[in-house]
Ligand binder design. Structure first.
Ligand SMILES: [Zn+2]
Length: 143
């Protein structure tokens, strides 16, 4: 990667810092995980799409039925169906409404799509994917 070497050498004077930057990049690539539907195995999203809101990309709430919901938030999902009904009742994210999110192949419930409540909000929307609804596969195994 000659272009990257040049860029890093330009930004960092120290050779030691340059090497640390390389190690960090490699480790991130190996940690990249893809998430697949736990029931049918179709690809849903990957860890590069993780999205932090309220300071975290991992969330845990109890819904009005008393069910513990552990989920992670993502910028983007594929192979999903988003229900057109938008609900603002019991939303866990202030200003955002939610829609049911289902797997496009097997129609299992995966979580929720969150959409902004008005057009002046900076964040348009994001996905909340239940941890038990997906299986993670490391990027190395998937290729
Ligand atoms: Zn599925």
């Amino acid at each position: 990667m000659p272009d990257v070497t040049y860029l890093n050498a330009h930004w960092y004077d120290s050779h030691e810092v340059l090497m640390l930057a390389y190690v960090k990049t490699d480790r991130n690539d190996k940690n990249r995980q893809s998430f697949h539907c736990a029931w049918c195995g179709i690809f849903i999203t990957d860890s590069g799409q993780l999205f932090r809101i309220n300071g975290a990309d991992s969330h845990s709430f109890v819904n009005p039925s008393g069910v513990q919901c552990n989920f992670r938030t993502f910028h983007h999902c594929e192979n999903v169906i988003v229900h057109h009904d938008l609900y603002f009742e019991h939303s866990w994210f202030s200003g955002f409404g939610w829609r049911f999110l289902m797997c496009a192949r097997c129609l299992h419930h995966l979580g929720w799509k969150y959409d902004r409540g008005n057009e002046h909000m900076d964040i348009h929307g994001f996905f909340g994917v239940l941890q038990e609804a997906v299986e993670s596969v490391s990027a190395d195994d998937g290729t």
